[in-house]
Structures are given as structure tokens and as C-alpha cells.
Design a protein around this ligand. Structure first.
Ligand SMILES: C[S@@+](CC[C@H](N)C(=O)[O-])C[C@H]1O[C@@H](n2cnc3c(N)ncnc32)[C@H](O)[C@@H]1O
Length: 509
């Protein structure tokens, strides 16, 4: 099983391969040469022989000898088929293969869907690091990342090696990989003429819960374009939206984005991610019937000064009026890097509790805890302890912004799945929140984010919202209405006060 996983060995069902080939040939283009770079049992090759009009030569490469044997059994009277046992990371795919002609080339297949981190856990070494590959532009950047997808490395290798000739590359891969590849070709201004992403049901075909599709990219075949036509289904006749780039910013739906592009800017207000401690069982406590318990079910007795109501993503989605915390979080610091040793004297019960769980606290994996004071946390600062916050979850679309006020005299902290803005004045929090819940902001956020990403809303996304552009387009009555309908609270904004605050929303240069 491990070897299968390391090699990302999930053979494409014949029917899916048929649908892929039908899709690629739907607009009448033909290729005389076809390369299947990781051909496995050869299902794509079989289907190409059946369906690919005009094909004369097919080369299949595969690392596993048993699959090579299977693929070698494929016969055709009309098509010259060559199968080689080959680790693709060992050769240059554009110069090392012996073709009979130099006619148009289609590269089609399904490279491994596995990340280097998953591979590392399985002790695998199917990594691009051989020959001069690692020095290729861009690849050093991705292989330097802690986590990248092997399929992304295959894409970059193919693009890099075939950049000088007309070629169509169409591979099944995760949609996140397709987006990074699109960003890669844009950043390097490579001669790409068209890109399309056709979603497939990965659960149905491969029994995996990821968003995936057929990503097609045409190189050196005419006018340059970095727009990506996105189809909800492989066989749909027309695309549902176009994702692409506006300047260097990736945009999920270009048509929708163009209608609200005036909101693109740099937020003057600083978005903060919630508290991070990587020890939920120790640091997050439940308070019920005057009793505090931790994630192990143990009763906890600590100084209450260090305990704050905690808001989680699911709370943000469900709050209607008034937040009643389900959990509390221990705050060992008021700002990042603050010494914690003083807790021994200022909060002896808390100190004892933390020491009781020192094993778990000291073995937190993230490198941010190395060389930090003992029992440190992150995402704390003056802003964490301000009384009013506008909070949004990173996980959900459409984004829902809520105002959270102090609970029983204590500021509410959010966890690191949320982002927030902090305020000293309540009306400011309501004003900003009303602006953020304005339909134009919702449209803007929907147009720049991908609903299939794990965390569509990030600090980077939120910082792109130019609040003064929204502010200039609405009047106080609309804002009051928006605030009232969003929060169920009746909020009256004072125009003079609001106008004074306009400067706050001016763009940060
Ligand atoms: C997702 S499977 C797909 C197989 C085939 N393309 C298909 O669509 O049915 C990925 C294939 O890549 C092969 N593979 C993995 N790493 C490889 C490498 N470095 N060079 C060549 N083939 C490799 C695996 O053995 C496996 O057969």
C-alpha cells in the first residue's frame, strides 16, 4: 500500500480517460504525437488508440516495471507505440525521446497526486531532485517549500522543457495545483495561449475527497493569454466562469470581479489572525455549571485573569444576537514574545497547570515555538484585548462578518481559523462590519476567492478590500439598514462621526 501511495498510483478508470480524450478533441484539434509521461497500466494509451483522431505515435513512460509490461501489451496497426521504463525526473522530456516526426504534440495523463510531505511520512523519495532539474527556474522555489505536490513538479518540468515548441499539455490534477501552475506561467510571462480547467468528481472516480480536474494548457500556439476557462464538469459544452489575473492578483471570476474592481486596494485597517497555541486540549477550556474542564476532561482550577472567552469559526457562522461562549482560552501572554516566567508568582495555579502539561506544551511541533518563552502563544497583542471586534471565519463562503463585544467584562479572543479587526468604540465596529457585509464586498470576495480552497478567506484576501470605495458608494441610511439586518441590533450612525472616520478607510500606500 505504501509504495502505491508514494508513487501516487491511482490508475485512471477507462471511462474517465474516454471522457478526457473526448473533451480534448471536442473542438476539432488533432495531434499526431501523444506523450503519456506516467502511463501506469496504459489506460490513456488504450483510449487514445480508440478515440484520438489523427494520432500516429504514442510514447508512454512509467517507473514501475509491472505496469510497463502491461502497457507494452497494447497493440495497434496504425499507431506506433513505444513504452519505456523511466523515472521522468531523470530525463529531459523534450530532448530525450525519439519521435519519428516533429508534428503537433499532446501530453496527456494523470501524474501522481501526492505531496512531498505525505511522501516523506511514507519514507518515499519520488522527488524531482535529480539531474539539473532542481535548478530550473521556479522549481527551486516550489521544492524549497515545506509542502508541494509532485504533480506540480511534473507540470513545471513539462512546461519548462517544452517551452520552445507548440504543445498542448492536459493532465488530471488537483485544482489547487492547476491554480499554482497558472500563477507560475503568468509570473514568468511564458508563451501560453489558452488554459482551461474542467472539474471532475474525484470522489466518484478515485474515491478521494479532493477538488480535482483536467487542466489543459496550450503553449506556443498563437496570441498570449493567461485567462483560465473553468468548466463545472468535464463534458459541459460551455464554461461557467473565467479565472485569471488582474495585474498580478489571482481572481476566481473575472467577469464578476470587473464589476467591483474598484474595491481592490490595500486596507487601512490591519487584519489580525486569531490566537494560535497548538495545544487545544490544554489551552481551551469548557466552563459549565461553574466548573472548568480541559480537553482531557480534567477539572481545571486556574486564576481567571488569564482566561478569555473564545470565538471559533463555527460560532462566527452561527451567532445571531449576542455571543455566549462555549469555550475559554488561556492567554499566557499579552503580546508575542513576552516572558512567561512571572506566572510562577503572579498566577501560581496557572503555572502549576501548565507545568503539569509541560510535555505537550514543550513538544509543540511548529518552529515558531522554538526559542520562544515557555508556554508561548501567537496571535496576541494589544489588539487581542480591545473590547470590540469584527470577526470573519477563514473557512466559509460567502464570508460573514460579525461584531463581537466583550463578554461579562472580558474581551473575546478568536482562534486562528478567524481574522479580526479590533476597536475601542462599539459604533465603529458596527460601521465597519456593515460595510464589510455590503453586497459589493460580498461580490468582491466571492470573485477573488476559490470556493474549493480549504481556507478561502485569508489575511491577504481581506487586506485587498478598500473600505473607503464601499463607503463612498453607500449612504448612512443604507448602512444603518445593513447593520440592523445583519446584527438584529438597531444601530444609528451619526453622519459627522462617520465622516470623521473616513480618513481611516483611506488607502494605505
Ligand atoms: C495517478 S497514477 C496514473 C497512471 C496513469 N497515468 C493513468 O492515468 O491511469 C500515477 C502513475 O505515475 C507513476 N509514477 C510515479 N512516479 C513516477 C516517476 N517519477 N516517473 C514515472 N512514473 C511515475 C506511478 O507508478 C503511477 O502509475
Amino acid at each position: 500500500m505504501s509504495k502505491r501511495k508514494i508513487l501516487g498510483d491511482f490508475q485512471t478508470p477507462v471511462q474517465l480517460a474516454r471522457n478526457v480524450i473526448s473533451r480534448l478533441y471536442a473542438d476539432g484539434l488533432q495531434w499526431e504525437r501523444i506523450l503519456e509521461p506516467t502511463c501506469g497500466q496504459g489506460n490513456f494509451i488504450r483510449v487514445c488508440i480508440e478515440q484520438a483522431a489523427g494520432v500516429r505515435e504514442i510514447i508512454g513512460l512509467e517507473i514501475q516495471q509491472s505496469y510497463v509490461e502491461q502497457s507494452k501489451r497494447i497493440r495497434s496497426e496504425l499507431v506506433r507505440i513505444s513504452i519505456y521504463q523511466q523515472d521522468i525526473f531523470d530525463i529531459n522530456l523534450a530532448t530525450s525521446l525519439q519521435w519519428n516526426t516533429l508534428s503537433p504534440l499532446l501530453v496527456v495523463g494523470n501524474p501522481p497526486w501526492i505531496t512531498n510531505a505525505e511522501q516523506g511520512r511514507l519514507n518515499g523519495k519520488n522527488l524531482p531532485g535529480k539531474s539539473n532539474f532542481q535548478r530550473l527556474s521556479g522549481l527551486d522555489a516550489i521544492t524549497g517549500k515545506s509542502n508541494f505536490d509532485i504533480a506540480e513538479a511534473v507540470w513545471l518540468k513539462l512546461i519548462h522543457e517544452f517551452v520552445g515548441e507548440p504543445v498542448t499539455i492536459a493532465l488530471l490534477c488537483k485544482t489547487s495545483v492547476a491554480r499554482r501552475v497558472a500563477q507560475f506561467v503568468l509570473d514568468r510571462k511564458l508563451p501560453v495561449n489558452s488554459m482551461s480547467l474542467y472539474h471532475i468528481e474525484a470522489q466518484r472516480w478515485f474515491n478521494v475527497a479532493v477538488d480535482a480536474g483536467l487542466f489543459r494548457l496550450d503553449l506556443n500556439q498563437g496570441e498570449i493569454s493567461y485567462d483560465v476557462a473553468e468548466y463545472d464538469n468535464l463534458l459541459d459544452a460551455s464554461h461557467t466562469r473565467t479565472f485569471g489575473f488582474y495585474g498580478n492578483n489571482i481572481v476566481a471570476d473575472l467577469d464578476s470581479y470587473r464589476q467591483v474592481a474598484d474595491l481592490e486596494g490595500t486596507s487601512q485597517l490591519i487584519w489580525r489572525q486569531g490566537v494560535k497555541h497548538d495545544a487545544a486540549k490544554v489551552m481551551e477550556l469548557t466552563y459549565r455549571d461553574s466548573v472548568l474542564t480541559n480537553g482531557y476532561g480534567d477539572l481545571v482550577d486556574i486564576e481567571k485573569d488569564y482566561l478569555y472567552p473564545l470565538l471559533k469559526s463555527s460560532d462566527v457562522q452561527s451567532i445571531s444576537s449576542g455571543f455566549v461562549p462555549r469555550k475559554y482560552v488561556i492567554a499566557t501572554q499579552k503580546k508575542v514574545g513576552q516572558q512567561t516566567l512571572h506566572l510562577r508568582d503572579t498566577a501560581p495555579k496557572l503555572w502549576r497547570y501548565l507545568n503539569l502539561h509541560a510535555d505537550q506544551m514543550d513538544s509543540r511541533k511548529s518552529s515558531i515555538y522554538k526559542n520562544a518563552p515557555r508556554f508561548s502563544m501567537f496571535g496576541v497583542g494589544k489588539y487581542s484585548f480591545q473590547p470590540y471586534k469584527v470577526v470573519v471565519s477563514g473557512f466559509y463562503l460567502p464570508a460573514r462578518f460579525v461584531v463581537v463585544s466583550e463578554y461579562q467584562g472580558k474581551p473575546v479572543l478568536s482562534d486562528d481559523t478567524c481574522y479580526s479587526l479590533s476597536f475601542d468604540e462599539e459604533w465603529m465596529a458596527y460601521l465597519v462590519c456593515a460595510l464589510l457585509n455590503h453586497p459589493k464586498v460580498s461580490q468582491f470576495l466571492a470573485s477573488i476567492t476559490f470556493s474549493d480552497s480549504k481556507r478561502p478567506i485569508t489575511k491577504g484576501v481581506l487586506e485587498r478590500i478598500k473600505l473607503n470605495a464601499v463607503y463612498k458608494q453607500v449612504n448612512i441610511d443604507q448602512l444603518t439598514n445593513c447593520a440592523t439586518t445583519s446584527f438584529g441590533a438597531s444601530v444609528n450612525f451619526d453622519r459627522t462621526n462617520v465622516d470623521k472616520q473616513l480618513q481611516l478607510f483611506e488607502d494605505r500606500e
